[in-house]
Design a protein around this ligand. Structure first.
Ligand SMILES: Nc1ncnc2c1ncn2[C@@H]1O[C@H](COP(=O)(O)OP(=O)(O)O)[C@@H](O)[C@H]1O
Ligand SMILES: [Mg+2]
Length: 239
């Protein structure tokens, strides 16, 4: 029996694609990590590669404003500015969110109060969606709500035939994080750790689950560099 063909979309992180062969098309993935671990940079790789491959991308940003993401992308040599409005359709809710937090006033058209609104805000005509981050929507939830909501978004993305990257920082309760990780197709966690021998801080990528994909059974050591996320070749004697 020939193996079934699975259509894939690169993660855009070159060393990672060499290992896992990319995400499965039209499925939803979760990336989690503490602040500064490289979640947004991961998504910049993903968006840049998808656009280079002729796909259209929707970016919903909730906390970091678009100009800051665009600056980071340019500094890493993956400029996205020129695509905004065409190949890259952006919904920037960060300013409205910030205004709401500081003045508690009714806000503009892009205010997204719930995850339902967020799903409705997905720009039409895109192939991929990045939500950076979903944290504000999940912070107030208990694990049961989080699981139901995550299941709903996974189903919606699949129905809309979208490949989605959901980014969540680890400010949320660990049970909520686990609840969101359950219904998604894959889950990658970025973490700071200490090297057990030198005690120096190192950064590790845990590929926690990737359905229908060859998955490394050890954490991948990575670095954030001037050209983005780079994965070390060595195997780590951890876990
Ligand atoms: N040119 C660079 N060289 C090395 N590290 C960088 C460079 N640019 C950004 N970084 C690192 O990337 C981090 C930001 O990554 P980001 O993806 O925004 O994190 P997150 O979204 O997880 O909070 C910065 O805190 C910095 O440590
Ligand atoms: Mg970020």
């Amino acid at each position: 029996m020939p193996k079934p063909q699975v259509e894939r979309i690169p993660t855009g992180v070159p060393d990672l694609d060499a290992i896992i062969e990319g995400f499965v098309k039209e499925r939803t993935y979760l990336i989690s990590g503490e602040p500064g671990t490289g979640k947004t940079i991961f998504s910049i790789h993903f968006m840049s590669k998808a656009i280079k491959n002729g796909l259209k991308v929707g970016l919903i940003t909730t906390e970091e404003p678009l100009d800051s993401i665009l600056l980071q992308a340019s500094l890493l040599g993956m400029p996205l500015d020129k695509y905004v409005g065409n190949e890259l359709k952006v919904v920037d809710t960060s300013l409205h969110r910030a205004m709401e937090a500081s003045f508690a006033t009714p806000t503009g058209e892009y205010l997204i109060q719930s995850f339902r609104d967020l799903q409705r805000a997905i720009p039409p005509g895109v192939d991929c969606v990045v939500v950076d981050t979903i944290t504000p929507y999940f912070l107030p939830m208990n694990p049961t709500m989080a699981r139901e909501t995550a299941t709903e978004i996974v189903t919606t993305m699949r129905e809309k035939r979208l490949t989605a990257l959901l980014i969540m920082d680890e400010a949320v309760d660990a049970h909520v994080l686990r609840a969101v990780a359950a219904p998604v197709h894959g889950y990658i966690r970025l973490a700071y750790q200490h090297d057990p021998y030198t005690t120096r801080p190192i950064q590790l990528m845990y590929v926690r689950k990737l359905r229908a994909t060859k998955t490394p059974n050890h954490p991948l050591r990575y670095e954030l560099t001037g050209t983005g996320l780079i994965i070390h070749k060595e195997k780590l004697p951890l876990e």
